[in-house]
Write a protein that binds this ligand. Structure first.
Ligand code: 13P
Ligand code: SF4
Length: 400
């Protein structure tokens, strides 16, 4: 499915594509040049000394050297739910990316400190929806459609400010593991619709969804819910009204922000075809951030947790190609080496460069700081933003 043609001469300029710049100063040589064994020793010692005051969370895309120290591993949904239950720990060290640490901060009490070991660990997809651009598109939509019927849904991969916008407008956050029930809720597919729909103050039950920042998760979920290509339109923030005609906005059910994950967008139908040609009985499992053409050819699609479960459930002896970040694929290949052959769907390595920023040296630097009473790299969302964003996150947790 294409990005729609846009009227010539209507481009807005470059302000929509501004990347978030965060600063992480280089580590002292005593960390950046230390051998892995020494760093591992420091982390082990600090973990032991900090005991229950510390919890380390690790996303499935983390390096092996880091994730082996995680007290909990998970996808972004599982980790946000887990973070919300951690009442005892004083420090939550999030080995993942910035939006995940922000969500953990929003869901934990104010006296808990959430820490991201490298401040430059962002997410290029999250940065594709600039908040000013989202607000501008929202105002433009309000000029051509009943905006009270539009429910905004933001993917977990977005900044706290975006979640706060969604919270204020009666929408919810979703993750790759609950996008289906959240869209059903947003469109009132299981409950009263039209005149009977709940007031947007309590959320959900709209006629349309503005979904950002990942067009692919939105589109793949839309198809899973039975919508057709004609029910979905891509909103390109570089153009007024997303480059859409008024009529296209009025007729669409899903308005999909033109954002993507550069790691998952690499997987192509050619990769699936090449794998199937050499392994006719092989199984293809992909993440829903992949393009719809790829998802259509795959055998299974789901979040990182889902992928782990699908590999475990595959028959012994299977050959499985996985379309997601390489660290998870390589871990699964090692863990199932005895009775399954697991390969990356794209034979060329495709790491997430921002997840990769969290290494053992940064983890050791953070934990040594905590031992010395120094809290480095705390992620702290201001209370007003957090309160609004919490509405959107709590609606998500209540729905699915
Ligand atoms: P999961 O929620 O499936 O772990 O995905 C997070 C992510 O960033 C995928 O690129
Ligand atoms: Fe963001 Fe893609 Fe990395 Fe996930 S894999 S954190 S969506 S850039």
């Amino acid at each position: 499915m294409g990005d729609q043609a846009v009227p010539a001469g209507h481009e807005r300029g470059d302000q929509q594509g501004v990347l978030m710049i965060r600063l992480q100063s280089p580590l002292p040589d005593s960390y950046s040049r230390a051998p892995e064994s020494e760093l591992a020793e420091r982390v082990t010692t600090a973990k032991r000394a900090l005991g229950k005051r510390l919890v380390i969370l690790g996303h499935h895309y983390q390096r092996e050297e880091v994730i082996r120290f995680a007290d909990a591993r998970g996808d972004s949904f599982g980790l946000s739910r887990f973070a919300a239950t951690q009442r005892e720990a004083e420090f939550v060290v999030f080995c993942g990316v910035h939006f995940m640490a922000e969500s953990a901060d929003i869901l934990t009490p104010p006296d808990q400190k959430v820490i991201l070991p490298d401040l430059n660990a962002g997410c290029s997809m999250a940065d594709m929806a600039d908040l000013d651009a989202v607000e501008q598109i929202w105002d433009e939509l309000a000029e051509v459609t009943d905006i009270d019927g539009v429910v905004p849904v933001t993917y977990m991969n977005s900044a706290a400010a975006h979640k706060a916008f969604v919270g204020r407008k009666g929408g919810a956050v979703c993750t790759s593991s609950n996008a289906r029930p959240i869209l059903r809720w947003a469109l009132g597919l299981d409950g009263p619709t039209g005149a009977e729909r709940p007031l947007l103050a309590s959320g959900g039950g709209g006629d349309k969804v503005l979904f950002f920042p990942d067009q692919h998760l939105g589109r793949n979920t839309g198809f899973q819910l039975g919508f057709g290509a004609g029910d979905m339109q891509v909103v390109n923030p570089r153009f007024p009204l997303g480059g859409l005609e008024d009529r296209a906005v009025k007729e669409a059910t899903l308005l999909l922000w033109k954002g993507h994950c550069s790691v998952h967008q690499r997987f192509s139908t050619a990769h699936v075809e090449a794998f199937r040609a050499s392994h006719p009985a092989g199984i293809v499992i992909v993440h829903p951030e992949c393009a719809h053409e790829v998802v259509e050819l795959a055998d299974e699609v789901g979040s990182t947790d889902f992928i782990i479960g699908a590999v475990a459930a595959a028959p012994a002896g299977s050959t499985i190609a996985i379309g997601t970040e390489i660290h998870l694929v390589e871990r699964l290949a090692r863990e199932h080496a005895a009775d399954r052959t697991i390969v990356s769907l794209d034979p060329l390595v495709c790491p997430c460069s921002t997840m990769f920023r969290i290494d053992l040296a940064h983890l050791a630097w953070i934990l040594d700081g905590l031992l010395e009473g120094v809290v480095r790299n705390q992620i702290s969302v201001d209370e007003k933003t957090a309160a609004d964003a919490r509405l959107a996150l709590e609606r998500m947790l209540a729905v699915a």
